[in-house]
Every structure is written in C-alpha cells, then in structure tokens.
Design a protein around this ligand. Structure first.
Ligand code: SF4
Ligand code: SF4
Length: 288
C-alpha cells in the first residue's frame, strides 16, 4: 500500500480540485483530508459520516482568582511568557501564548491553577461515492493541527489495510507548517500543485526544500498555467533545474468551477475533456 500526498506551497492553487479529480480516477484507494485547518475535500465528495471522534487538543491552563495569592511564582516559571497582570490586578493566562506544559500547575504553592484540553476538534470516517474518506474539523482558534493530521492518517492506514486498498491519497495542507510536516512524514510520493505566480513559485521553492529534507520523490503539476505563461515557464525551468518531473500543465477552464459548484470532480463533470485526460495520465504515473 502506497501513500500519495498532494501539496501546494500556498492556498488557492486548486489543490483540492486536483486531489478530488485524482480521487475519481484512482482505483482501490482510501482518501484522507490532511488539510484539517480548512478541510474542503468533503465539499466535493459529499460524505456520509460513519464514525465521529473527538480529538483532544493541547492543555490550556487557567488561574482561579479565588485561590491565587498573587505570589507570581508561576509567572517566573512560565518560559512562554503567557502569564500577565490583568486590568483587575490579578494574574491571568493568555490562552494564545500558553503552550500547555503545565509547569505553572506544578509550581503553584496553593493549587490555584488547573488545565483542560479543548474537545472542540473532531475527525470522521465517511463513505463517499468514490470510496472511504477520513477527514476532520478543527474548532475556531484551535491549534495542534499536526497531531490531528497524524491521527487522520493513522486511521486511513488502518482502513486501507482492512480494505486491502492499494493507495491512500492525502489532500495535504498548504504552506510549510506543522500540519504539512505531519502530512509529509512517511508518505511515498508527493505531487506539488503550483499556480503560475511569483508567490506561487516562491512558496513552492520553500516547500521543495522541506520535502527534500525528507528524501521523498516529488512530482509537479502547474495548474491554470495559461493565466501567466511567463511565470509558468520560470516554474518549468525551476523544476528542471531541481530534477522534479513535471507531470502536467492544466489550463484555466471555467468548467473546473462549474464542476465544483455542481459538487463534482472535473473528471465526473467533463470526462472527455483534455483536463480529465491529463488527470488520468498523472494518476497513472503516480500510482505506477
Ligand atoms: S503560583 Fe499560584 S498563587 Fe502564585 S501567582 Fe501563580 S497562580 Fe497565583
Ligand atoms: S501551562 Fe506552561 S505555558 Fe501555559 S501558562 Fe503554565 S507554564 Fe506557561
């Protein structure tokens, strides 16, 4: 069983439409949405949820004002500078700075600090018309997306084994953060979706540096290549210089948008189109 992960250096490259299109061609595969911060593969695949699980995120500490004596021991110990005086002259913990190490809880002489884990994140196993999809939903402002990606990937591997699937196709997150690192780790092949803009090229370069450190074979696709042919050529030169095979160039086509509005992949919506043909060729190369 092989894992293929589809990534883009930035959002808005059309990565999910491409992933969904590949999903509609791939045979005997399990699909996994690793873009847990902004999951949207389910919008096209229209899943029927079969399993729902809560994902507990990192610990967040809070101070009980009734118990606190304002000794400031916790403030001195917090390495993340998360404990501050508030307007009422009490100490409080900024949840956006707290890293959940729980040290303050241990050093408080009067046990005025307690920690809780948020249960505002969920992950699912669903059935779709194209096969099984493992996906997730993070609550607003929640962190720890890397661990949630690891969780959904773990479940998709179990399911792929159970179903004797040959492939797992991951829709990866954009950028080069924790979630992307969790998405890259241990995958067998990566398809990089690049849009022809200066920022698209720059972000792809940063992502390729990251991928190279994992020594995973990487392939590329230029999406909407004809909206800026000059930069598309620059991208081709960059790929050539870095020995990254270019598997296809996909033109801008409003049928891609129409397909999305219709909750279909381009291969389903317009199976005889050039784009559908290119997607099939790309899928064959990635799965061979
Ligand atoms: S260590 Fe405990 S008692 Fe001291 S300031 Fe912090 S919360 Fe309050
Ligand atoms: S849990 Fe750790 S990071 Fe959060 S406030 Fe306490 S010491 Fe600071």
């Amino acid at each position: 069983m092989k894992e293929i992960t589809i990534l883009s250096g930035k959002g808005g490259t059309g990565k999910t439409s491409i992933t969904a299109a590949i999903a509609s061609v791939a045979q005997n595969a399990v699909f996994c949405d690793n873009d847990v911060d902004a999951a949207d593969l389910h919008l096209i695949l229209q899943p029927k949820i079969r399993e729902e699980h809560t994902f507990l995120s990192a610990w967040i500490a809070t101070i009980n004002d009734e118990e606190c004596t304002n000794c400031e021991v916790c403030k001195d110990y917090c390495r993340f500078d998360a404990i501050h005086d508030n307007a009422e002259g009490n100490l409080e913990i900024n949840p956006f700075q707290c890293e959940g190490c729980r040290l303050c809880e241990r050093v408080c002489p009067v046990q005025a600090i307690s920690s809780e884990r948020s249960s505002n994140n969920f992950w699912y196993v669903s059935e779709t018309r194209l096969g099984i999809l493992v996906h997730a939903k993070m609550g607003p402002g929640e962190e720890n997306s890397g661990k949630l990606v690891t969780q959904v990937r773990k479940r998709s591997k179990e399911l792929a084994k159970e179903k004797s699937a040959q492939f797992i196709i991951n829709d990866g997150p954009p950028g080069i953060g924790c979630a992307t690192i969790s998405s890259i780790t241990g995958t067998d092949k990566i398809l990089l979706v690049i849009e022809p803009s200066k920022s698209g090229l720059h972000d792809a370069e940063r992502l390729v540096e990251l991928i190279h450190s994992f020594k995973i074979p990487v392939f590329a696709l230029i999406n909407k290549y004809d909206i800026n042919s000059e930069v598309a050529l620059e991208i081709e030169t960059y790929l050539k210089n870095n020995n990254i095979p270019l598997l296809g160039r996909i033109p801008f086509d409003k049928k891609m948008v129409e397909a999305m509005i219709d909750n279909q992949t381009i291969v389903e919506y317009n199976p005889d189109s050039e784009i559908a043909k290119t997607i099939k060729e790309i899928c064959n190369t990635l799965t061979s």
